[in-house]
Design a protein around this ligand. Structure first.
Ligand code: C2E
Ligand code: MG
Ligand code: MG
Ligand code: MG
Length: 282
């Protein structure tokens, strides 16, 4: 009896695994050429300064509108792109598109305080042996974006483990004048001491901490500690996933520098973002 059940179990898992592998292989195949077919686009989520609630920039987030499945979650297709190596051709295109867009904002609103644009960079792009710094430099040159206006977001986990190598790569990046932010900060358990060894300009506190700051004193204590520690090292702090007015107020009170989240603004296509920008400028 047990043997039979075991056998069935095995068969069940094996088929589920086959399906998962098949779906992945399909996605990889379909992701190839998706940019050329116009299925990939960037949306922009506004980032606000807490002290006066002025928009200071935006984060560029990639979207895939699949012809059959509709919107595919970035957590799924970014992973596929990373594993398959497709990210190496996709990354520079994303970077270029985001920089061009930021230059457009400046041209449309010349009197305005210039906005920053943040682009997510995957671990694989960072391990390209100096290639990323070159891509970044040529991107800035081709688009004319001022280096300090470009923020590169690296996840904390991408940086852990290979500090010496990553440190070199980050130093090369920062020589181009761009700013480097540690994304999803707090989830990697690398601890605050990490900030001493990895040269970054800012940390983005992961939204899982922000979610409960109004109810959970531990999360609020951690968030406050991150803010204080980062500031003592001269590092900017950005909160992710602000969904309530109360969270905004509390973060502001605790001295957090910037924030983004659905309460402030959802990610939106370029033209919509530009319209919002014009409206806020009035
Ligand atoms: P991330 O860089 O941490 O981006 C923030 C994510 O939180 C985005 O998810 C955004 O839509 C979502 N978000 C923003 N505000 C709120 C909020 O108030 N509440 C909640 N619950 N979520 C909020 P998204 O767009 O699904 O992207 C997921 C992840 O995919 C990103 O996390 C980033 O790591 C990765 N990603 C997206 N675009 C790119 C890209 O162009 N390149 C690379 N390498 N990774 C990317
Ligand atoms: Mg990010
Ligand atoms: Mg994040
Ligand atoms: Mg996140």
């Amino acid at each position: 009896q047990a043997k039979v059940a075991g056998k069935n179990c095995f068969r069940f898992y094996s088929r589920a695994m086959d399906l998962a592998v098949e779906r992945r292989v399909n996605l990889e195949h379909e992701l190839r050429g998706a940019w050329e077919r116009g299925e990939l686009s960037l949306v922009y989520q506004p980032v606000y300064r807490l002290s006066d609630r002025t928009m200071v920039g935006a984060e560029a987030l990639l979207r895939w509108n699949h012809p059959k499945h509709g919107q595919v979650a970035p957590s799924v297709f970014i992973d596929v792109a990373e594993q398959s190596g497709l990210i190496e051709s996709l990354g520079p295109r994303v970077l270029h598109a985001a920089c061009s867009e930021a230059v457009r904002w400046q041209q449309m609103l010349p009197g305005r305080e210039p906005l920053t644009v943040a682009v997510n960079v995957s671990p694989r792009q960072l391990r390209g042996g100096g290639a990323l710094a070159e891509v970044v430099a040529s991107c800035l040159k081709e688009t004319g974006l001022e280096a300090g206006r470009l923020h590169l977001e690296l996840t904390e986990t991408a940086v852990i483990g290979d500090e010496a190598h990553v440190g070199e790569e980050l130093a090369r990046l920062r020589e181009t004048g761009v700013k480097v932010l540690l994304d999803d900060f707090g989830t990697g358990f690398s601890g605050l001491s990490h900030l001493r060894r990895v040269p970054v300009d800012g940390v983005k506190i992961d939204r899982s901490f922000i979610a409960d700051i109004l109810r959970d004193p531990d999360d609020l204590a951690l968030t406050s500690a991150i803010i204080a520690m980062a500031h003592s090292l001269g590092i900017t702090v950005i909160a992710e996933g602000v969904e309530k007015a109360g969270q905004y107020a509390l973060l502001r009170e605790r001295g957090c520098d910037q924030a983004q989240g659905y309460w402030l603004g959802s990610p939106m296509p370029g033209p919509e973002f530009l319209a919002l920008l014009k409206e806020e400028g009035r």
